[in-house]
Design a protein around this ligand. Structure first.
Ligand code: SF4
Length: 475
Protein backbone atom coordinates (compact mmCIF):
# COMPACT_ATOMS: atom_id res chain seq x y z
CA UNK A 1 0.00 0.00 0.00
CA UNK A 2 2.78 2.35 1.04
CA UNK A 3 4.77 1.35 -2.03
CA UNK A 4 1.76 2.06 -4.25
CA UNK A 5 1.25 5.49 -2.68
CA UNK A 6 4.93 6.34 -3.08
CA UNK A 7 4.79 5.28 -6.73
CA UNK A 8 1.72 7.43 -7.34
CA UNK A 9 3.40 10.45 -5.79
CA UNK A 10 6.53 9.88 -7.86
CA UNK A 11 4.52 9.58 -11.08
CA UNK A 12 2.56 12.72 -10.24
CA UNK A 13 5.82 14.58 -9.68
CA UNK A 14 7.22 13.37 -13.01
CA UNK A 15 4.10 14.44 -14.91
CA UNK A 16 4.16 17.81 -13.16
CA UNK A 17 7.79 18.32 -14.17
CA UNK A 18 7.06 17.29 -17.78
CA UNK A 19 4.13 19.74 -17.93
CA UNK A 20 6.31 22.57 -16.61
CA UNK A 21 9.02 21.81 -19.16
CA UNK A 22 6.40 21.80 -21.95
CA UNK A 23 4.99 25.10 -20.68
CA UNK A 24 8.38 26.79 -21.12
CA UNK A 25 8.88 25.01 -24.47
CA UNK A 26 12.37 26.20 -25.32
CA UNK A 27 14.40 23.67 -27.31
CA UNK A 28 16.36 22.99 -24.12
CA UNK A 29 13.33 22.30 -21.93
CA UNK A 30 11.70 20.16 -24.62
CA UNK A 31 14.86 18.07 -24.89
CA UNK A 32 14.83 17.73 -21.09
CA UNK A 33 11.21 16.57 -21.25
CA UNK A 34 12.08 13.75 -23.66
CA UNK A 35 15.16 12.84 -21.61
CA UNK A 36 12.84 12.54 -18.62
CA UNK A 37 10.47 10.27 -20.57
CA UNK A 38 13.40 8.17 -21.76
CA UNK A 39 14.61 7.75 -18.21
CA UNK A 40 11.28 6.66 -16.76
CA UNK A 41 10.07 4.44 -19.62
CA UNK A 42 10.50 0.75 -19.04
CA UNK A 43 9.92 -0.33 -22.65
CA UNK A 44 12.80 -0.19 -25.17
CA UNK A 45 10.48 1.04 -27.96
CA UNK A 46 9.36 3.98 -25.85
CA UNK A 47 12.94 4.84 -24.95
CA UNK A 48 13.87 4.77 -28.64
CA UNK A 49 10.94 7.08 -29.48
CA UNK A 50 12.01 9.50 -26.73
CA UNK A 51 15.54 9.58 -28.22
CA UNK A 52 14.05 10.14 -31.66
CA UNK A 53 11.94 13.10 -30.51
CA UNK A 54 14.83 14.67 -28.59
CA UNK A 55 17.11 14.29 -31.60
CA UNK A 56 14.51 15.93 -33.90
CA UNK A 57 14.33 18.94 -31.58
CA UNK A 58 18.12 19.18 -31.51
CA UNK A 59 18.08 19.21 -35.33
CA UNK A 60 15.59 22.11 -35.41
CA UNK A 61 12.93 19.83 -36.94
CA UNK A 62 9.30 21.12 -37.17
CA UNK A 63 8.35 18.51 -34.57
CA UNK A 64 9.91 20.78 -31.93
CA UNK A 65 8.00 23.74 -33.30
CA UNK A 66 4.81 21.68 -33.12
CA UNK A 67 5.45 21.14 -29.41
CA UNK A 68 6.01 24.87 -29.04
CA UNK A 69 2.62 25.44 -30.67
CA UNK A 70 1.07 22.91 -28.25
CA UNK A 71 2.55 24.92 -25.42
CA UNK A 72 1.49 28.33 -26.74
CA UNK A 73 -1.96 27.51 -28.12
CA UNK A 74 -3.46 25.18 -25.49
CA UNK A 75 -5.01 26.24 -22.23
CA UNK A 76 -3.29 24.79 -19.11
CA UNK A 77 -5.86 22.01 -18.61
CA UNK A 78 -5.58 20.85 -22.22
CA UNK A 79 -1.79 21.01 -22.00
CA UNK A 80 -1.73 18.92 -18.82
CA UNK A 81 -4.12 16.37 -20.41
CA UNK A 82 -1.85 16.18 -23.47
CA UNK A 83 1.14 15.25 -21.30
CA UNK A 84 -0.75 12.90 -18.97
CA UNK A 85 -3.21 11.17 -21.28
CA UNK A 86 -1.32 10.95 -24.57
CA UNK A 87 2.24 10.36 -23.41
CA UNK A 88 2.12 9.66 -19.66
CA UNK A 89 -0.34 6.78 -19.82
CA UNK A 90 1.04 5.20 -22.97
CA UNK A 91 4.63 5.37 -21.79
CA UNK A 92 4.60 4.66 -18.09
CA UNK A 93 1.41 5.25 -16.09
CA UNK A 94 -0.44 2.27 -17.59
CA UNK A 95 2.48 -0.05 -18.27
CA UNK A 96 1.77 -2.14 -15.16
CA UNK A 97 -1.86 -2.74 -16.08
CA UNK A 98 -0.98 -3.54 -19.65
CA UNK A 99 1.69 -6.01 -18.58
CA UNK A 100 -0.79 -7.67 -16.22
CA UNK A 101 -3.36 -7.98 -19.03
CA UNK A 102 -0.76 -9.55 -21.28
CA UNK A 103 0.30 -12.05 -18.62
CA UNK A 104 -3.33 -12.97 -17.98
CA UNK A 105 -4.53 -13.27 -21.59
CA UNK A 106 -1.40 -14.00 -23.58
CA UNK A 107 -1.56 -11.02 -25.94
CA UNK A 108 -0.99 -7.30 -25.75
CA UNK A 109 -3.98 -5.05 -25.09
CA UNK A 110 -4.90 -2.55 -27.81
CA UNK A 111 -4.16 1.14 -27.26
CA UNK A 112 -7.28 2.72 -28.72
CA UNK A 113 -10.99 1.97 -29.04
CA UNK A 114 -13.12 3.76 -31.62
CA UNK A 115 -16.75 3.97 -30.50
CA UNK A 116 -19.74 5.21 -32.47
CA UNK A 117 -21.65 6.87 -29.68
CA UNK A 118 -24.54 7.56 -32.03
CA UNK A 119 -25.44 7.16 -35.69
CA UNK A 120 -27.56 10.30 -35.67
CA UNK A 121 -26.14 13.05 -37.81
CA UNK A 122 -27.15 16.55 -38.84
CA UNK A 123 -25.62 16.13 -42.34
CA UNK A 124 -26.01 13.68 -45.23
CA UNK A 125 -22.60 13.59 -46.89
CA UNK A 126 -21.99 11.63 -50.07
CA UNK A 127 -20.08 8.42 -49.44
CA UNK A 128 -20.46 8.57 -45.63
CA UNK A 129 -18.94 5.33 -44.27
CA UNK A 130 -21.42 5.17 -41.37
CA UNK A 131 -24.62 6.16 -43.15
CA UNK A 132 -26.18 2.70 -43.23
CA UNK A 133 -26.00 1.84 -39.53
CA UNK A 134 -29.33 2.02 -37.71
CA UNK A 135 -29.73 5.82 -37.45
CA UNK A 136 -32.08 5.81 -34.47
CA UNK A 137 -29.92 4.04 -31.92
CA UNK A 138 -27.47 5.73 -29.57
CA UNK A 139 -25.06 3.56 -27.62
CA UNK A 140 -26.60 3.74 -24.11
CA UNK A 141 -24.62 5.77 -21.58
CA UNK A 142 -24.31 2.92 -19.08
CA UNK A 143 -22.87 0.55 -21.70
CA UNK A 144 -20.42 3.21 -22.81
CA UNK A 145 -19.39 3.88 -19.22
CA UNK A 146 -18.94 0.16 -18.61
CA UNK A 147 -16.76 -0.29 -21.71
CA UNK A 148 -14.58 2.74 -20.88
CA UNK A 149 -14.10 1.61 -17.29
CA UNK A 150 -13.21 -1.94 -18.33
CA UNK A 151 -10.77 -0.64 -20.93
CA UNK A 152 -9.09 1.71 -18.45
CA UNK A 153 -8.94 -0.59 -15.47
CA UNK A 154 -8.18 -3.92 -17.11
CA UNK A 155 -6.37 -2.98 -20.29
CA UNK A 156 -4.71 0.34 -19.46
CA UNK A 157 -6.38 2.03 -22.46
CA UNK A 158 -6.67 5.81 -22.08
CA UNK A 159 -7.36 6.97 -25.61
CA UNK A 160 -10.93 6.74 -26.91
CA UNK A 161 -12.12 7.92 -30.28
CA UNK A 162 -15.79 8.87 -30.46
CA UNK A 163 -17.30 8.79 -33.87
CA UNK A 164 -20.71 8.35 -35.39
CA UNK A 165 -22.89 9.76 -36.70
CA UNK A 166 -22.08 13.07 -35.16
CA UNK A 167 -20.79 12.67 -31.59
CA UNK A 168 -21.50 16.26 -30.56
CA UNK A 169 -25.27 15.68 -30.81
CA UNK A 170 -24.92 13.87 -27.46
CA UNK A 171 -24.89 16.45 -24.69
CA UNK A 172 -24.95 13.73 -22.00
CA UNK A 173 -21.33 12.83 -22.74
CA UNK A 174 -19.88 15.84 -20.92
CA UNK A 175 -20.43 13.88 -17.70
CA UNK A 176 -18.47 10.94 -19.13
CA UNK A 177 -15.52 13.13 -20.15
CA UNK A 178 -15.54 14.68 -16.70
CA UNK A 179 -15.70 11.29 -14.95
CA UNK A 180 -12.60 10.07 -16.84
CA UNK A 181 -10.07 12.91 -16.66
CA UNK A 182 -7.20 10.45 -17.14
CA UNK A 183 -8.40 9.52 -20.63
CA UNK A 184 -8.30 11.46 -23.86
CA UNK A 185 -11.47 11.59 -25.94
CA UNK A 186 -10.91 12.31 -29.60
CA UNK A 187 -14.15 13.26 -31.40
CA UNK A 188 -14.57 12.92 -35.16
CA UNK A 189 -17.01 15.71 -35.82
CA UNK A 190 -18.40 17.71 -38.71
CA UNK A 191 -18.04 20.76 -36.44
CA UNK A 192 -21.44 22.20 -37.28
CA UNK A 193 -22.57 22.19 -33.64
CA UNK A 194 -19.35 23.49 -32.07
CA UNK A 195 -20.43 26.97 -31.02
CA UNK A 196 -18.67 29.16 -28.49
CA UNK A 197 -20.42 27.48 -25.56
CA UNK A 198 -19.46 23.95 -26.60
CA UNK A 199 -15.87 25.00 -27.30
CA UNK A 200 -15.70 26.64 -23.85
CA UNK A 201 -16.91 23.40 -22.26
CA UNK A 202 -14.29 21.36 -24.14
CA UNK A 203 -11.69 23.89 -23.01
CA UNK A 204 -12.81 23.57 -19.39
CA UNK A 205 -12.66 19.75 -19.55
CA UNK A 206 -9.23 19.68 -21.22
CA UNK A 207 -9.40 16.01 -22.28
CA UNK A 208 -11.67 16.39 -25.34
CA UNK A 209 -9.90 16.59 -28.67
CA UNK A 210 -12.14 17.32 -31.69
CA UNK A 211 -11.02 16.42 -35.19
CA UNK A 212 -13.10 18.57 -37.51
CA UNK A 213 -13.91 17.10 -40.91
CA UNK A 214 -13.10 19.10 -44.00
CA UNK A 215 -12.86 18.06 -47.64
CA UNK A 216 -10.24 20.53 -48.86
CA UNK A 217 -11.15 24.02 -50.03
CA UNK A 218 -14.53 25.74 -49.89
CA UNK A 219 -15.73 24.32 -53.22
CA UNK A 220 -15.13 20.63 -52.44
CA UNK A 221 -16.25 20.93 -48.81
CA UNK A 222 -19.54 22.57 -49.70
CA UNK A 223 -20.05 20.17 -52.60
CA UNK A 224 -19.85 17.10 -50.34
CA UNK A 225 -21.22 18.46 -47.05
CA UNK A 226 -23.69 21.08 -48.20
CA UNK A 227 -23.72 24.81 -48.91
CA UNK A 228 -22.16 26.86 -46.09
CA UNK A 229 -20.39 23.85 -44.51
CA UNK A 230 -16.93 25.32 -45.10
CA UNK A 231 -17.73 28.57 -43.31
CA UNK A 232 -19.15 26.69 -40.37
CA UNK A 233 -16.03 24.53 -40.13
CA UNK A 234 -13.98 27.72 -40.01
CA UNK A 235 -16.23 29.08 -37.24
CA UNK A 236 -15.91 25.85 -35.24
CA UNK A 237 -12.12 25.94 -35.51
CA UNK A 238 -12.10 29.61 -34.46
CA UNK A 239 -14.19 28.76 -31.37
CA UNK A 240 -11.93 25.85 -30.41
CA UNK A 241 -8.82 27.91 -30.88
CA UNK A 242 -10.14 30.76 -28.74
CA UNK A 243 -10.69 28.38 -25.84
CA UNK A 244 -7.29 26.69 -26.10
CA UNK A 245 -8.66 23.24 -27.06
CA UNK A 246 -6.38 20.59 -28.59
CA UNK A 247 -7.93 19.97 -32.00
CA UNK A 248 -7.21 19.10 -35.59
CA UNK A 249 -8.75 18.38 -38.96
CA UNK A 250 -9.72 15.13 -40.60
CA UNK A 251 -10.02 14.68 -44.31
CA UNK A 252 -10.98 11.80 -46.58
CA UNK A 253 -8.93 11.51 -49.75
CA UNK A 254 -11.02 10.67 -52.81
CA UNK A 255 -10.36 10.65 -56.54
CA UNK A 256 -12.04 14.07 -56.50
CA UNK A 257 -10.10 16.00 -53.84
CA UNK A 258 -6.70 14.27 -53.68
CA UNK A 259 -4.95 17.11 -55.51
CA UNK A 260 -6.10 19.74 -52.99
CA UNK A 261 -5.74 18.21 -49.55
CA UNK A 262 -1.98 17.88 -49.30
CA UNK A 263 -0.92 21.12 -50.91
CA UNK A 264 1.23 23.59 -49.02
CA UNK A 265 -1.64 26.08 -49.17
CA UNK A 266 -4.08 23.69 -47.54
CA UNK A 267 -1.77 22.71 -44.70
CA UNK A 268 -0.73 26.33 -44.12
CA UNK A 269 -4.37 27.26 -43.84
CA UNK A 270 -5.12 24.45 -41.37
CA UNK A 271 -2.20 25.60 -39.21
CA UNK A 272 -3.43 29.19 -39.40
CA UNK A 273 -6.84 27.96 -38.21
CA UNK A 274 -5.19 26.43 -35.13
CA UNK A 275 -5.15 22.75 -36.11
CA UNK A 276 -2.44 20.84 -34.24
CA UNK A 277 -3.28 17.47 -35.74
CA UNK A 278 -4.43 16.27 -39.16
CA UNK A 279 -5.77 12.80 -39.90
CA UNK A 280 -5.91 11.67 -43.52
CA UNK A 281 -8.18 8.80 -44.46
CA UNK A 282 -8.72 7.33 -47.87
CA UNK A 283 -12.22 6.78 -49.08
CA UNK A 284 -13.21 3.12 -48.61
CA UNK A 285 -16.32 1.88 -50.44
CA UNK A 286 -18.46 1.14 -47.40
CA UNK A 287 -21.60 2.95 -46.27
CA UNK A 288 -23.74 5.16 -48.51
CA UNK A 289 -23.49 4.41 -52.28
CA UNK A 290 -20.13 2.57 -52.16
CA UNK A 291 -18.06 3.38 -55.23
CA UNK A 292 -14.71 2.03 -56.41
CA UNK A 293 -14.36 5.11 -58.65
CA UNK A 294 -14.38 7.42 -55.62
CA UNK A 295 -11.29 5.67 -54.21
CA UNK A 296 -7.94 7.27 -54.98
CA UNK A 297 -6.15 5.49 -57.78
CA UNK A 298 -2.88 3.70 -57.00
CA UNK A 299 -0.94 6.58 -58.60
CA UNK A 300 -2.83 9.14 -56.52
CA UNK A 301 -2.18 7.07 -53.40
CA UNK A 302 1.53 7.05 -54.15
CA UNK A 303 1.45 10.83 -54.48
CA UNK A 304 -0.29 11.09 -51.07
CA UNK A 305 2.30 8.75 -49.52
CA UNK A 306 5.16 11.00 -50.54
CA UNK A 307 3.32 14.18 -49.60
CA UNK A 308 2.41 13.14 -46.06
CA UNK A 309 6.07 12.61 -45.24
CA UNK A 310 6.95 15.96 -46.80
CA UNK A 311 4.22 17.81 -44.88
CA UNK A 312 5.03 16.58 -41.42
CA UNK A 313 8.75 17.07 -41.95
CA UNK A 314 8.24 20.64 -43.12
CA UNK A 315 5.35 22.00 -41.04
CA UNK A 316 4.65 22.23 -37.31
CA UNK A 317 1.61 19.98 -37.35
CA UNK A 318 1.23 16.26 -36.60
CA UNK A 319 -0.33 14.67 -39.69
CA UNK A 320 -0.98 10.99 -40.26
CA UNK A 321 -2.23 8.91 -43.21
CA UNK A 322 -4.27 5.93 -41.98
CA UNK A 323 -2.98 3.62 -44.75
CA UNK A 324 0.29 4.97 -46.04
CA UNK A 325 1.73 5.20 -42.55
CA UNK A 326 1.54 1.42 -42.20
CA UNK A 327 5.34 1.16 -41.79
CA UNK A 328 5.24 3.40 -38.70
CA UNK A 329 2.86 1.09 -36.84
CA UNK A 330 4.15 -2.16 -38.35
CA UNK A 331 1.07 -2.76 -40.46
CA UNK A 332 -2.66 -3.06 -39.93
CA UNK A 333 -3.82 -2.07 -36.46
CA UNK A 334 -7.24 -3.78 -36.62
CA UNK A 335 -8.71 -6.69 -34.68
CA UNK A 336 -7.41 -5.32 -31.41
CA UNK A 337 -3.77 -5.35 -32.46
CA UNK A 338 -3.74 -1.65 -31.71
CA UNK A 339 -7.44 -0.83 -31.90
CA UNK A 340 -10.95 -2.02 -32.65
CA UNK A 341 -14.37 -0.50 -33.23
CA UNK A 342 -17.68 -0.61 -31.40
CA UNK A 343 -20.65 0.62 -33.40
CA UNK A 344 -23.73 2.39 -32.04
CA UNK A 345 -25.52 -0.93 -31.67
CA UNK A 346 -22.71 -2.32 -29.52
CA UNK A 347 -21.36 -4.65 -32.24
CA UNK A 348 -17.64 -5.20 -31.86
CA UNK A 349 -15.94 -4.80 -35.25
CA UNK A 350 -12.25 -5.24 -36.15
CA UNK A 351 -11.96 -1.78 -37.76
CA UNK A 352 -14.20 1.22 -38.45
CA UNK A 353 -14.30 0.30 -42.15
CA UNK A 354 -15.03 -3.37 -41.55
CA UNK A 355 -18.73 -3.63 -40.74
CA UNK A 356 -18.74 -7.24 -39.63
CA UNK A 357 -18.95 -8.69 -36.14
CA UNK A 358 -19.16 -11.87 -34.12
CA UNK A 359 -19.76 -10.24 -30.70
CA UNK A 360 -21.66 -7.42 -29.04
CA UNK A 361 -20.71 -5.59 -25.85
CA UNK A 362 -24.14 -6.34 -24.43
CA UNK A 363 -23.23 -10.01 -24.18
CA UNK A 364 -19.46 -10.16 -23.68
CA UNK A 365 -16.53 -8.41 -22.08
CA UNK A 366 -14.00 -6.58 -24.22
CA UNK A 367 -11.26 -9.01 -23.22
CA UNK A 368 -13.36 -12.01 -24.29
CA UNK A 369 -14.26 -10.34 -27.58
CA UNK A 370 -10.57 -9.86 -28.32
CA UNK A 371 -9.96 -13.54 -27.62
CA UNK A 372 -12.50 -14.67 -30.23
CA UNK A 373 -10.81 -16.70 -33.00
CA UNK A 374 -12.04 -14.14 -35.58
CA UNK A 375 -10.08 -11.34 -33.91
CA UNK A 376 -7.13 -13.59 -33.12
CA UNK A 377 -6.86 -14.68 -36.76
CA UNK A 378 -6.89 -11.08 -37.97
CA UNK A 379 -4.08 -10.13 -35.56
CA UNK A 380 -1.99 -13.18 -36.14
CA UNK A 381 -1.80 -12.88 -39.92
CA UNK A 382 -0.45 -9.35 -39.81
CA UNK A 383 1.85 -8.34 -41.51
CA UNK A 384 1.17 -10.99 -44.19
CA UNK A 385 4.16 -11.08 -46.53
CA UNK A 386 5.90 -8.25 -44.65
CA UNK A 387 5.24 -5.38 -47.06
CA UNK A 388 3.94 -2.70 -44.71
CA UNK A 389 2.98 -0.46 -47.62
CA UNK A 390 0.16 -2.92 -48.25
CA UNK A 391 -1.19 -3.17 -44.71
CA UNK A 392 -4.92 -3.38 -45.28
CA UNK A 393 -7.01 -6.56 -45.33
CA UNK A 394 -9.89 -4.57 -46.87
CA UNK A 395 -8.30 -2.71 -49.77
CA UNK A 396 -4.72 -4.02 -50.13
CA UNK A 397 -5.45 -7.71 -49.56
CA UNK A 398 -9.24 -8.00 -49.73
CA UNK A 399 -9.01 -11.77 -50.21
CA UNK A 400 -7.60 -11.98 -46.65
CA UNK A 401 -10.71 -10.47 -45.11
CA UNK A 402 -13.01 -12.56 -47.29
CA UNK A 403 -11.34 -15.69 -45.89
CA UNK A 404 -11.63 -14.50 -42.29
CA UNK A 405 -15.30 -13.56 -42.71
CA UNK A 406 -16.19 -16.90 -44.26
CA UNK A 407 -14.17 -19.02 -41.83
CA UNK A 408 -15.47 -17.38 -38.64
CA UNK A 409 -19.00 -16.57 -39.77
CA UNK A 410 -18.70 -12.83 -39.21
CA UNK A 411 -22.08 -11.21 -39.88
CA UNK A 412 -22.59 -7.87 -41.63
CA UNK A 413 -23.67 -5.25 -39.07
CA UNK A 414 -25.98 -3.38 -41.44
CA UNK A 415 -27.67 -4.12 -44.70
CA UNK A 416 -25.34 -3.53 -47.62
CA UNK A 417 -22.14 -4.18 -45.62
CA UNK A 418 -21.75 -7.56 -47.34
CA UNK A 419 -21.08 -5.79 -50.67
CA UNK A 420 -17.41 -5.66 -49.62
CA UNK A 421 -17.42 -9.46 -50.04
CA UNK A 422 -19.68 -9.68 -53.05
CA UNK A 423 -20.40 -6.98 -55.62
CA UNK A 424 -17.30 -4.93 -54.79
CA UNK A 425 -14.89 -7.86 -54.52
CA UNK A 426 -13.68 -7.85 -58.11
CA UNK A 427 -13.07 -4.09 -58.22
CA UNK A 428 -11.25 -4.19 -54.88
CA UNK A 429 -9.04 -7.04 -56.04
CA UNK A 430 -8.11 -5.11 -59.18
CA UNK A 431 -7.22 -1.99 -57.19
CA UNK A 432 -5.25 -4.08 -54.70
CA UNK A 433 -3.21 -5.70 -57.46
CA UNK A 434 -2.55 -2.35 -59.14
CA UNK A 435 -1.38 -0.89 -55.84
CA UNK A 436 0.78 -3.98 -55.21
CA UNK A 437 2.67 -3.38 -58.46
CA UNK A 438 3.74 0.04 -57.13
CA UNK A 439 4.06 -0.80 -53.44
CA UNK A 440 6.09 -3.99 -53.89
CA UNK A 441 8.71 -2.11 -55.91
CA UNK A 442 8.92 0.63 -53.29
CA UNK A 443 9.21 -1.89 -50.47
CA UNK A 444 11.92 -3.88 -52.26
CA UNK A 445 13.86 -0.67 -52.89
CA UNK A 446 13.39 0.36 -49.21
CA UNK A 447 11.56 3.42 -50.42
CA UNK A 448 9.38 3.70 -47.35
CA UNK A 449 9.47 6.36 -44.72
CA UNK A 450 8.27 6.35 -41.14
CA UNK A 451 6.65 9.20 -39.31
CA UNK A 452 9.90 11.09 -38.84
CA UNK A 453 13.54 10.18 -39.34
CA UNK A 454 15.47 8.44 -36.56
CA UNK A 455 18.92 9.39 -35.33
CA UNK A 456 21.57 7.56 -37.37
CA UNK A 457 21.76 3.90 -36.37
CA UNK A 458 18.73 3.99 -34.05
CA UNK A 459 15.86 2.99 -36.40
CA UNK A 460 13.97 -0.23 -35.57
CA UNK A 461 14.38 -3.18 -37.92
CA UNK A 462 11.56 -3.97 -40.36
CA UNK A 463 9.54 -6.99 -39.23
CA UNK A 464 10.12 -10.40 -40.73
CA UNK A 465 7.36 -11.67 -43.02
CA UNK A 466 4.74 -13.76 -41.28
CA UNK A 467 5.59 -12.67 -37.76
CA UNK A 468 2.30 -12.01 -36.01
CA UNK A 469 2.87 -9.10 -33.67
CA UNK A 470 0.65 -10.44 -30.93
CA UNK A 471 2.98 -13.38 -30.64
CA UNK A 472 5.94 -11.14 -29.91
CA UNK A 473 6.03 -10.66 -26.17
CA UNK A 474 6.48 -7.11 -24.92
CA UNK A 475 9.63 -6.39 -23.01
S1 SF4 B 1 -8.20 -3.15 -41.84
FE1 SF4 B 1 -7.33 -1.59 -43.20
S2 SF4 B 1 -8.38 0.26 -42.60
FE2 SF4 B 1 -8.66 -1.17 -40.93
S3 SF4 B 1 -6.94 -0.81 -39.53
FE3 SF4 B 1 -6.30 -2.43 -40.92
S4 SF4 B 1 -5.18 -1.31 -42.52
FE4 SF4 B 1 -6.45 0.20 -41.45
Amino acid sequence: MLLQKTRQLARGAILGRASRLLAVASPQTLCKMWSLFEKISSHPNDRREARRFRWLIEQGHPFGKWLQRISAELNPRARAAFVRNIYGHAWFLSRGRRAQFERQHGFEAPHIIVIDVTARCNLKCDGCWAALYDRKTDLPYDLLERAITEAEEQMGIHFFVFSGGEPTVRQDLYALYEAHPGSQFQLYTNGMLIDDQMAAEFGRLGNVMPMVSIEGDRAVTDARRGQGAYDRVMQAMGNLRRHGVLFGFSVTATSGNWGVIMTDQFIQQMIACGCLYGWYFQYIPVGRNPSIELMVTPQQREHLRKRIYYLRNNYPIFVVDFWNDGPEVQGCIAGGRRYFHINNNGDIEPCVFCHFAVDNIRTTTLADALKHPFFRAIREEIPYDGNLLRPCMLIDRPWVFRQHAAKYGARPTHSGAESLLTTLAEGLDQRANQWASIADKCWAARDHMGLYPYPPGDAPAAPAPGVGYQRVASA
